[in-house]
Design a protein around this ligand. Structure first.
Ligand code: CA
Length: 226
């Protein structure tokens, strides 16, 4: 899952980036509304964490811009402004959640996960496909209740595919979802992760199909055949 942080406070920006990266989010951090507007046109984000007091413009301007351009990416406002009017304005403009600083990183992450799940039409934190169960907050995949050993990147690819199950996901989308700006990952690397996941999930009833020329699609089968 790829997150854009818009925060001009260096200490907080650094702390949030580190904490989210550690939890296998791909993170891009910018300090101005102008940079954020620039990035949202070229990159695909699963959620945006937005400060309001920014050096060039008010954070509300970014919400207006996103919604005015028809972009539905979930926005979580994270600000020191705790007045009711601010919350109301932010939510009325189209932000999805509003947190007042200081915030515990664990809560920020939980709120982000909830926003992302809701935006994909899934309110639940446990997703089942065949004999496979994904514990999204716990970042664990279970097969018949037994934990499947996954690297951080393998988890990130699997989580994205499961959340977008029965839809075609391109390699480019997967690369965007698991890397931040300036991190390079090739299509071959994605193929390697998918190959390993297929081995680990063999006969689980959840399969990653290759859709020729387009990407992948995760589906449930009857659990016995591939
Ligand atoms: Ca600020």
């Amino acid at each position: 899952m790829r997150i854009m942080i818009v925060e001009d406070d260096q200490t907080l920006g650094k702390a949030m980036s580190a904490s989210l990266t550690y939890s296998e989010f791909a993170v891009d951090w910018v300090g101005t509304v102008a940079d954020a507007r620039h990035l949202v046109t070229s990159e695909n984000y699963d959620a945006v964490v937005l400060d309001l007091g920014l050096p060039d413009r008010d954070g509300y301007d970014l919400v207006r811009h996103l919604r005015g351009s028809g972009m539905s990416v979930p926005v979580l406002i994270l600000t020191a402004r705790d007045a009711v009017e601010d919350r109301v304005q932010g939510l009325d403009l189209g932000a999805d959640d509003y947190l007042v600083k200081p915030v515990a990183m664990a809560e920020l992450q939980a709120r982000l996960r909830a926003l992302i799940r809701r935006s994909h039409g899934r309110g639940d934190s446990q997703v089942r496909m065949g004999r496979l169960q994904l514990d999204i907050p716990g970042k664990r995949a279970l097969l018949d209740g037994q934990a499947v050993e996954l690297s951080g990147r393998e988890w990130a690819v699997l989580e994205y595919l499961v959340i977008h199950q029965r839809r075609i996901v391109s390699k480019e989308q997967l690369i965007q979802a698991i890397t931040g700006l300036g991190q390079d990952l090739s299509g071959n690397a994605i193929e390697a992760y998918v190959h390993r996941l297929r081995n680990k999930l063999e006969a689980s009833g959840a399969v990653i199909r290759t859709v020729r020329g387009l990407g992948y699609m995760m589906e449930e089968t009857d659990g016995t055949t591939l």
